[in-house]
Design a protein around this ligand. Sequence first.
Ligand code: NAI
Length: 425
Amino acid sequence: MARATAAAGLVAGREAIAWAERQMPVLRKVGDRLEEGERLRDQRVGVCLHVTAETGALVRALTRGGAEVDLVPSNPLSVHAEVATALAAEPSVTVHLAEGTPASHERALAAVAERAPGIVVDDGADLARVLHATGHAATVAGAMEGTTTGVLRLRSLAERGDLRYPVLAVNDTPIRHLFDNRLGTGQSVLDGLLRTTNILLAGSRVAIFGYGACGRGIALRAHGLGATTTVCEVDPIRALEARMDGHDVVPGLEAAAKADVIITATGAIDVLGPEHFAVLRDGAVLANAGHFDVEIDVRALAASASARRTVRPLVEEFDVGDRSVVLVAGGRVINLAAADGHPAGVMDLLFAGQAVAAAWLAEHADGLGNEVHRVPDAIDADLARLALEAQGVRIDELSDHQRRYITSWAPMADAATAPPGSFDR
Ligand code: NAI
């Protein structure tokens, strides 16, 4: 019976990874290239990521390039067990699972460190912390970090002179901001809102607090569904950008008094507090897409309410005076708590970037200092080109004549009319 269950898990895991791979054409293409050039032959890669089908697709791309992979979950509570089972059955992969306690998670991270990885794919600098604490950082040629928090931590380690290997900040690339924060968050936040509440957005007023990459994506998609969008900001440049993009821009209290839906995406604390709750319209819906569960002051909302009840899964209603206020997912990050997170099509670009960066590190890490480095622009451009190709989109190229003109120091008129070759250095 147990064997039958394990076999079913293996099949389900392989199917889940295959489904993700079908929606990840850029990663597939990168996997082909890594395999052709055996770009990761003899490399041991330590990977700390959420164990999902998309991560499974990344791990398979790395092994196709010749790598031996040690995988440890970045969050033991979010492991897709069938994916872990399928990956553990791959010949070049070892999965280090924890039993759910923090101590067991630390042991799993330490087990990866002890395997002495040459390349590290990190998430929140968890592997970096353990590699440095256990003296195994010396064997690492280079690493990639995919979160803002991880990049900040590693930068401060580097500033103290204690970082023991070079790190590529894959979190900071333009492609990541476009695909992860803007496209991924934009779509999945609205998905979470609609799944939980099933409200009609067309004709409603949606206020977005924060106009960073996340806020821009949410505002764009809400507008696309027919909502009237209002943006609240504290940064004048972002506020101006929102205004020029066609959104109303007003102070938070004014927006709160008129909005049918308010979504926070700021990274700050208590962005919606008692003063906002006091002016909300009857039935206003509140959701957070930003940082943990601190952007909406849920404790103050509960304190100001005479009653609180669950009206649908993940939807609570608070009686505040003679009005009701609706809170989605308890103020936790809505697309993670109430939707499936980013679609595989978004993870495609991010993980293809990780796979290309791993091969790049295998070839270039020796020349890099022990600092946090930008990912070379050429990698991003290459990924964008592959993504366009996957969609059958072609673009133009500069002619030699045009390239000479824009790189020449000659007076404009001369550069434009000079015969080819005149300004070549
Ligand atoms: P960002 O820093 O580019 O943008 C945040 C914006 O909020 C800034 O323009 C800032 O001026 C503004 N802001 C800060 N405090 C404010 C306040 N009290 N009122 C109004 N505006 C305020 O950050 P980004 O990339 O847009 O991310 C925003 C948050 O979303 C972060 O906490 C980030 O960790 C989180 N995030 C969530 C994702 C998800 O899947 N839900 C994905 C990526 C990031």
